[in-house]
Structures are given as C-alpha cells and as structure tokens.
Design a protein around this ligand. Structure first.
Ligand code: C2E
Ligand code: CA
Ligand code: CA
Ligand code: CA
Length: 279
C-alpha cells in the first residue's frame, strides 16, 4: 500500500499495525466516498425558544457507506482532517448545501438559513471565502441563506489569517457562529474583536441546566454577555422539556436538539419548513 516504507517497524507491534491498516482502509474509503458521491447532508432545525418557529438549521455530514450504513462524522472527520481530505470534503459540503438551498427554493419551500461546519484546516489553507462566493453564485443562492460555524478552539490564540478570512466572509453577508462555545476558554475581548453573530453554547452546558444551580448561573452569564455584544445565543443539545423551560427563563434565543428534532434528510426538512412552528 501507499504507506509502505514509512513505518515498517510498526509491524512489530500488532495493535499499532492493525490501527494503521484500518486507518489506511478508512482513508481509502473516504477517497472512494468522495468519488462515488456517498456523502450527504442531514439537517437539524433551530427554533425560536419562545414561539417554536423554525429560524434556521445546521447541515450535518453523513457518509452513506454501502456496507456499514450511515456513518457519523465523529467517526471520520478526525482522519479527514489529519489526512488533508477535509479540504475536498469541506468544499463539497459548501457546494451540497448551496445546491440543496437552490432545490428547496425551486420547490417553493419557505427556506431558512443553513449553517455549515467549516474545519479550522480549511481556514488555514485559505480560500474559504472564494469557495462560498463561487458556490452561492453557481447555484443562485443569496449569501444571507448561508451561515458558517467555526469552533471556539479554532479561533483561539493569534490566528491572524483566520480572523481576516472570517471578516471577509462576514462582509459577504454570511453570518458567523462560534461553535461549541464554553469549551475553548476564549476571552470576551477576542469575541468582540472577531465580530461573531451567533454563540452556540456546547451541549455539555445544556445538559447541566436541570441538575445544578451553577450550571444555570453559568448559562445566564453567557446569555447576558452575548446579548451585550449583540450576539444571538443558541443552546445545543436540548433533550428535555425541563431544559427548554429553563432556557426560556434565561432568555436564550434559539434552541437545537433532539427534543425539537433529530438531524434529518432534506425531504423531511422540507416538511418541517411547511409546518413552520415545531414546538
Ligand atoms: P457539532 O457541530 O457540535 O454538531 C452537533 C452534533 O450534536 C451533531 O452530531 C448532532 O447530531 C448532535 N446533536 C444534535 N442534537 C443533539 C441532542 O439533543 N443530543 C445529543 N446527544 N446530540 C445532539 P453529528 O451530526 O454526529 O456531528 C458530529 C460533529 O461532526 C459535529 O459536531 C461537527 O463537529 C462535525 N461535523 C459534522 N458535519 C460536518 C461537516 O460538514 N464538516 C466538518 N468539518 N465537520 C462536521
Ligand atoms: Ca456545529
Ligand atoms: Ca456544536
Ligand atoms: Ca461538537
């Protein structure tokens, strides 16, 4: 195989050799998945905490594996990132999301914005703004219908290129979300400098809402900080009615999670657009 010669000594460790083999197999599988168009996007609604109105949705990647069935991105994104394949996959995700938005529009659906997850590797390589502009143009979709999620940890430290690219993307009219907020220790001044539009609070904090007073205090602090910076707040991973009630009391704007709806194929999502009020 292609990895021969790089680490032959590893064959002395059977466990490591097996891992390498399966990694090589996984990488080969990912290449095949790109070529055979086995990737698809699922969509998960985000709704207004008070009215339950569908406001936007997140595109989540799925691999329709011929033998294994639907494979979660948690299984393959890490290797895609390590191997550089995320650059091709990421560009494909941008195109697929724009193509779907155009298809919904042609079908006369009441379309709401779609946010896509962009890997820090894509930002490091650069050209994300160009890919977004090209895909929007190719499919005839307004920039206001596309949003970008970037994890809090990807923006930490001195990431001047990432910051410049984010500003350029925002100037297109594409909203920026801080993903997994609360896990990366970013500072208030950083958030202000970055001019992000939406804070997505990591689901670990949503999970604590019903169990501890500290959890609610923490969430409350995030909400007031975000609102002071004119950012909207999304609670991720809302699984119970009790969590939803607390989030209403805390004036968190938007909620996303299994309690509202699981990620679903585009056709099912179109039905949700018709229903409009999902709570
Ligand atoms: P994420 O961006 O934090 O996405 C949210 C994850 O939480 C999704 O997992 C979603 O299905 C799951 N989730 C939603 N609601 C609930 C809930 O109520 N309870 C629980 N326990 N989980 C919930 P998924 O789809 O498996 O994606 C996992 C991660 O893979 C994503 O985490 C994101 O980091 C990454 N990912 C997904 N799609 C893409 C993509 O197109 N590009 C890149 N670079 N990464 C992606
Ligand atoms: Ca996300
Ligand atoms: Ca997240
Ligand atoms: Ca996450």
């Amino acid at each position: 195989g292609k990895s021969d010669g790089k680490g032959q000594f590893r064959f002395f460790d059977p466990a490591l050799s097996a891992t390498l083999k399966s990694k090589a197999r996984l990488k080969h599988g990912l290449l095949e998945a790109i070529e055979r168009e086995q990737f698809t996007l699922y969509y998960q609604p985000r709704v207004d905490t008070h009215t339950g109105e569908l406001l936007s949705m997140e595109a989540l990647l799925r691999w329709r594996h011929p033998a294994l069935g639907m494979v979660s991105p948690a299984e393959f994104i890490p290797l895609a990132e390590a191997s550089g394949l995320i650059l091709r996959i990421g560009e494909m995700v941008i195109d697929m999301a724009c193509a779907q938005l155009a298809a919904w529009q042609r079908a006369g659906a009441r379309v709401v914005p779609v946010s896509i997850n962009v890997s820090p590797k894509q930002f490091k390589r650069g050209g994300v703004k160009h890919q977004l502009t090209a895909a929007l143009h190719r499919h005839g979709v307004a920039a206001a219908l596309l949003e970008v999620e970037i994890t809090e940890s990807a923006m930490m430290g001195d990431q001047d290129e990432i910051i410049a690219e984010l500003a350029a993307i925002r100037s297109l009219g594409v909203k920026l979300h801080v993903d997994d907020f609360g896990t990366g220790y970013s500072s208030l001044s950083q958030l202000q400098r970055l001019r992000m539009d939406v804070l997505k609070v990591d689901r670990a904090f949503t999970a604590e809402l019903g169990t501890s007073r500290e959890g609610r205090v923490f969430f409350q602090a995030i909400v007031s900080m975000a609102h002071a910076l004119e950012m909207s707040v999304v609670a991720e991973g809302v699984e119970t009615e009790q969590q939803l009630d607390i989030l209403r009391a805390l004036k968190c704007n938007e909620v996303q999670g299994y309690f509202i709806a699981r990620p679903m194929p585009a056709d099912d999502m179109q039905v949700m657009m018709e229903r409009r009020f999902l709570l």
